[in-house]
Design a protein around this ligand. Structure first.
Ligand code: UDP
Length: 352
């Protein structure tokens, strides 16, 4: 069996690290990796391939930047060419980026079955580009691998046939379990006096970075908390801080985007996490850290329901109060499976 996997953005490299390893250990499957080039910096792409043992992509389309439509359109055209040449049995896509949508659409138009990993997630906010990508990709998929009960229910409500939906747990849990043993302290933190325990923050969603008002509210909230905050900066956030002329509060220590192993160290050693990332909300739970989410909604609703995650939006008062008062949630719930998601996915693909 031949699988062609489309990746392009940071969270997809983390997920591919778990699945590609499993595929490599399984007889009878060949995997070809296609990198769209959506994320291309060394910090946002190469470091993941180098450190996590992900096979070198056979194809790199080098298509990043530009508007959503232009990026997705160019990726669609590039992926189609590769699919016509490689003729895979399955196309695997992850999550909710433009690369996910382009990969699924290129395959569906050529009648190649699509496997969507992390299917069924919904924030119910169609202004977010990720939500459009999720809904459309699910509609085109022949195997929908869901992480949670809530995701399964979302798909049923959208009339996706039950036999296409496979509840397998969350692949990011596999990755976190595999790599947390070899996590490493980021070099930019080495010389820093760490007030124990610090707060880890990540900010990159367009809704927060693209509006000066929201970004400055977030920094004000971090400042008011008076905690030491470590913030590895996403390139988009860095660009916007400069463009808006914002200054970084003294208690916030910024660094370059962390590699995954560094990120795991930060997550393991912090007191709590402030984030607008989807994946980082789950990782906070994996490492039993309270999570303060700078969004008004989340796809990972079970984290909120069980007291692990508080949604605060870009509101400085709520951000600082919640950092000061946050607590862990209910333990022993096993919300994201048993860390064997990759092997379950590979078995299903082989049997289909
Ligand atoms: N991540 C990382 N370095 C960082 C920030 C995030 O390695 O500086 C990892 C994080 O641990 C998680 C994934 O990237 O595994 C989440 O990706 P991101 O936040 O970019 O996207 P989202 O999950 O919101 O789609």
């Amino acid at each position: 069996m031949k699988i062609l996997t489309v990746v392009g953005a940071r969270p997809q490299f983390v997920k591919a690290a778990a699945l590609s390893k499993q595929i490599a250990q399984t007889n009878g499957i060949e995997e070809i990796l296609l990198h769209t080039g959506q994320h291309f910096d060394t910090d946002m792409s190469d470091v993941f391939f180098d450190e996590l043992g992900i096979p070198k992509p056979r194809y790199n389309l080098g298509i990043g930047g530009g508007s959503h439509g232009a990026m997705t359109g160019r990726q669609l055209e590039g992926i189609e060419k590769v699919l016509l040449e490689e003729k895979p049995d399955w196309v695997v896509v992850y999550g909710d980026t433009n690369s996910t949508l382009a990969g699924a659409l290129a395959a569906a138009k050529l009648h190649i079955p699509v496997a969507h990993i992390e299917a069924g997630m919904r924030s119910f906010d169609k202004d977010a580009p990720e939500e459009i990508n999720r809904i459309l990709t699910d509609q085109m998929s022949s195997a929908l691998f869901v992480s949670t009960d809530a995701a399964k229910e979302n798909l049923k409500k959208e009339n996706i046939a039950k036999h296409l939906i496979h509840e397998v747990g969350d692949i990011m849990f596999d990755a976190a379990l595999q790599f947390s043993q070899v996590s490493k302290k980021p070099s930019w933190v080495l010389g820093t006096f760490l007030e124990k325990p610090f707060i880890l923050a990540t900010i990159h969603r367009a809704v927060n970075t693209d509006k000066p008002q929201n970004l400055s509210e977030i920094f004000l909230g971090l400042q008011k908390s008076k905690n030491q905050i470590l913030l590895p900066l996403h390139p988009r956030t860095k660009e916007k801080i400069q463009a808006f002329g914002l200054s970084i509060p003294e208690n916030v220590i910024i660094g370059p985007p962390a590699g995954y192993l560094e990120m795991l160290w930060l997550e393991q050693n912090c007191r709590a996490i402030v984030t607008d990332s989807g994946g980082v909300q789950k990782e906070a739970y994996f490492f039993e850290k309270p999570c303060i989410t700078i969004r008004d909604e989340t796809e990972w609703t079970e984290l909120v329901d069980n007291g692990w995650n508080v949604l605060v939006g870009a509101n400085s008062e709520k951000i600082s109060d919640t950092i000061k008062n946050c607590r862990v949630g209910t333990t022993g719930l096993n919300l994201y499976g048993d860390g064997q998601t990759s092997s379950k996915i590979v078995k299903k693909l082989l049997n289909n």
